[in-house]
Design a protein around this ligand. Sequence first.
Ligand SMILES: [Ca+2]
Length: 424
Amino acid sequence: MSRHLIVDSHQAAQMRCALRRLEFAAVLIVGLAVLTTASVCPAATVIVDNVDAGFSVLPGGAWSTFSASGQYGDDYAWKDTDDVPAGEVEWRPTIGEAGYYQVAVWYRSTGSGRPDNAHYTVYHAGGTSDVYVNQQENGSQWVILGTYEFAAGTSGAVTLTSEAQAGKNIVADACRFASLIPEFRGFWADAFHSGFKSESQIDDMVSRASAGNYNAIVAEILAYKDTSGGGHGAYWHSSIVPWASEVTSGFDPLEYLCDRAHASGIEVHAWLVAYRVSTSWPPSGNTTISAHPEWIMVPIGSMGGGPATVEGKYVLDPGSPDVQEYLISIVQELVNNYEIDGINWDYIRYTDDNAGTRPTRAMRSRAWPASRRLPATSARPPMKGSLRGTTLDDVKSTNSSAGPGRKSPPSPAIRASRCGTRPI
Ligand SMILES: [Ca+2]
């Protein structure tokens, strides 16, 4: 499965759901400050046992219960197929999210004592489906009735009638509804701790992710666009952003991470801090941004001067088309050369109410001294939409050009979530 996922805090709650369920405490998790939205995880699998509230004996003949090895849970219901009147039972799940579910039933088999034509009826979004099961075999395991679409809620159900092969005892035990909705069970591995700084760290992280049943790693391969400290710089062989200190000509963390994770069936999503550059000026190692101080967002009180920090950091101006093109070039480099499965934009917003430039050329021209103003009559392309939208457009049109030692580029199927900037 290959996809591109562009997210910010809106999807963090989904990740938190996965983290809660899987209790994988050893992973590196940051960005928890944005994990503030309470949410309810949709149940991926619903099992209704004969003792659960979703199980009921419908009007008609009564059913007995019995307990024996091979049952699901504490006991099971059963009925003589010769009983008059016949009886019927029902499993009615509470479906958390509409979609397709694989339906399976559990019964304890005693061989010839069971009917060979137990008649189940599945009530689903597309109507009803009758399924006959030979309860003389395949007992004490999930026996699949098929895959059906269900609406959210309690409109779906499975019933079983005791009308079956004569002289047998039919069993009604548990029924399972397993969602086929893809789950994103990811965690974030930040750039400021161990995790993907060496081959041994990556081996360990992927091993833990696999053991924890994760299917995605969101790795912060670009936290700062300079090299002034640990965790700063690109964690891949970039020709655009200076390399992090751990990156060498012989070790490409992103390439190795993609290799190892994909070998374990785990996706790799590139976590990029969108606009943050550095804590000092000029940004060490980044000659491109150093040459473009007009790309830097400044507090309103500092407009007309040189680069200034916003909340202690030099950050790019989200309203600048040059900035957008610079960031898009980074994404294109990643998509062209690595088998990443998604892009995770972080801090894709203005970080302060009192800083920035309005997204009009005229406003920027007034804000910057003449020596740094944008050309008033340049052939600059028109202001594009959000960085997210620009990313989608540009990455979709990116041509493949894998370099030596790199992976073939993925097919950039892209899914975007709600995210974006807020105006100043
Ligand atoms: Ca049971």
